[in-house]
Design a protein. Structure first.
Length: 569
């Protein structure tokens, strides 16, 4: 069952092939804790090396928000100290010699637990209250790097992430709707229902196990039985206390669900270990127990639901593997053309500044390697910071913030339009206008859409355009020498039915326009969910790259030049 669930859960496997190194390290530490708490005393040489070293790995990698997950397990491990130890002639003889050492480790162990407890409260639990407030206020969590809309708590997709039926990147808008994504969403109710039955019947089995001592082999100690129940209780406590921390946006919800998945799966599987301590007892139980007893009813329901849940997990996993194999998921194969184009850029321009457009998040890890010693900025799937000379601090920044006017002659774009072969292009050599996006995420030419408010008396159904999806980022327009250019930009909040969000978008863009962020802007107006901006770029003998939109939320973007769409390439 462990193999079926852990390997079958695409959400659990996702951090590994998405190269979330620190998250994978945290999962390894959590697995180490889960295996150690039943056998390794916290107040011992081995315990201190195991627990303190492992917890320090989370601290030193700045994943201090993960420490609270480990605290209940650390507490459980520390309870070894209060269990009586059988006295033998061997340990009785060694007792005087080890008494001082044991006392030292006892003090050091509790001191370490207190220190990490204070750290957790200082660096994790206090910020978690801010996340909780943002959740209650339906905020967006991280700013200015947008972390997505908050999934409705206890909604179907929220539970699907909690039980590992899906990950954030398995569904739109990160994957375009297709038969696979529809099948994944269809399976959610079945998997969630099975998971709840497993949890409910599993809890009933744990309670029954304490009233049926004969279900445990006689040779097993009561201490080990209570340790398993203690581990079960500690994991439930961890999930309940930690879940509110990661509610500051759907990206944070995804990461929180990933962190807690091992705990959730252990909660689902431990009742099987607690009630049936050996495979022999499992089969004997179902053969001998009365079919009308509560034990049989709960155990049968538990086993059946667990099988159904494991099978349900295989559906999203299979769909994702098919996408994975066809390079439609997060898998990455770097075509030889990528390296040949990088080599060409270096040979033609020793001052090249490359705008590298990753096809998917994994490109951000492999794409930088050939550019060693050169200037390159990833246009999406990255979180960047820039040093503010005025404030003397590092601030969050978009990729376009690193482009200076003097960089334009050496600016290159490296993209893959067919998701396989790569092509590099020097911007100043382009003969036609083009749109360039930078930011957290974007999808060029997402789909056609009306450019006017449908409720307007002047609505023209023929006025449609190709819109691109942009999440927390910027849009820039390149113009070759010439002009004048009359540009019209339309932006629509992705949740266009939400008037409050549309008004907030219009207000934020207006503030940036007033601050002079958008050069050559001549007018701006809002019509319900649609914001229209008009630009006039005078005739010029030099090429230009101009910022025309910037926003820290989700929106749809369209640009037209002389009534025709500028299709992003």
């Amino acid at each position: 069952f462990s193999i079926l669930i852990f390997v079958g859960s695409h959400a659990y496997i996702a951090p590994y092939y998405n190269h979330f190194l620190f998250q994978n390290t945290n999962s390894m530490v959590l697995g180490l804790f889960l295996g150690a708490v039943l056998h390794v005393r916290f107040f011992s040489k081995t315990g201190l090396k195991t627990y303190i070293s492992a917890a320090s790995m989370c601290w030193f990698t700045h994943n201090n928000h993960f420490v609270p997950i480990l605290l209940p397990l650390l507490t459980l491990a520390s309870l070894h100290r209060f269990y009586p130890t059988p006295v033998t002639s061997e340990n009785q003889m060694d007792k005087p010699e080890k008494k001082g050492v044991q006392k030292l480790f006892f003090i050091a162990g509790w001191g370490g637990l207190v220190i990490f407890g204070l750290m957790a409260h200082g660096v994790a639990l206090i910020p978690s209250i801010a996340h909780l407030k943002a959740m209650l206020a339906i905020g967006t969590g991280m700013h200015p790097q947008y972390s997505g809309e908050i999934l409705a708590i206890f909604s179907e997709q929220w539970w699907a992430q909690t039980f590992g039926l899906s990950s954030l990147y398995d569904l739109p808008p990160f994957l375009r709707p297709n038969k696979g994504t529809k099948l994944i969403e269809t399976i959610f109710p079945f998997g969630i229902t099975a998971a709840f039955i497993v949890l409910a019947t599993g809890l009933a089995m744990v309670v029954l196990s304490r009233f049926k001592p004969h279900t445990f082999p006689a040779v097993e100690s009561v201490k080990k039985s209570w340790h398993l129940i203690g581990l079960y209780s500690a994991l439930i406590t961890t999930v309940i206390l930690y879940a509110p921390i990661g509610q500051g946006g759907n990206y944070l919800q995804m990461k929180s669900a990933h962190y807690l998945l091992p705990c959730v799966y252990f909660i689902m599987l431990l009742p099987l270990v607690i009630l049936f301590r050996s495979s022999k007892n499992l089969w004997l139980f179902f053969r001998n127990v009365k079919k009308s007893s509560w034990e049989f009813i709960f155990a049968s329901s538990y086993m059946t639901s667990l099988i159904c849940f494991a099978v349900t997990l295989m559906v999203p996993r299979s769909v994702s593997l098919e996408l994975f194999g066809n390079q439609n998921d997060s898998a990455v194969i770097m075509h030889p053309s990528y390296f040949s184009e990088v080599k060409r850029i270096k040979s033609e321009d020793d001052k090249a500044f490359v705008l590298l457009e990753p096809r998917k998040p994994s490109d951000t890890y492999f794409g930088n390697q050939p550019f060693s010693g050169n200037r390159v900025v990833l246009t999406r799937y990255s979180s960047l910071q820039k040093y503010d000379e005025v404030k003397k601090v590092s601030v969050n920044a978009f990729p376009s913030d690193f482009i200076e006017p003097e960089d334009l002659p050496h600016l290159w774009s490296l993209t893959s339009n067919d998701k396989k072969t790569w092509k590099a292009e020097r911007l100043v050599f382009k003969k036609s206008p083009n749109v360039y996006f930078t930011g957290n995420a974007y999808i060029k030419n997402y789909g056609p859409k009306h450019r006017m408010n449908k409720l307007s008396p002047f609505f023209d159904p023929a006025d449609q355009g190709m819109f691109s999806y942009l999440r927390s980022g910027t849009a820039l327009v390149y113009f070759p020498p010439g002009g004048p250019y009359h540009l019209e930009v339309k932006v629509i909040h992705r949740d266009e039915t939400n008037k409050e969000k549309s008004d907030r978008m219009a207000e934020d863009i207006a503030k940036m326009a007033k601050a002079g962020k958008f050069k050559s802007l001549t007018s701006m107006k809002q019509d319900e969910s649609i914001v229209t901006m008009k630009f006039l770029f005078e005739k010029s003998d030099s090429p230009r790259l101009s910022l025309v939109c910037r926003y820290d939320d989700e929106l749809l973007f369209n640009a037209q030049l002389n009534g025709k769409d500028i299709v992003a390439k």
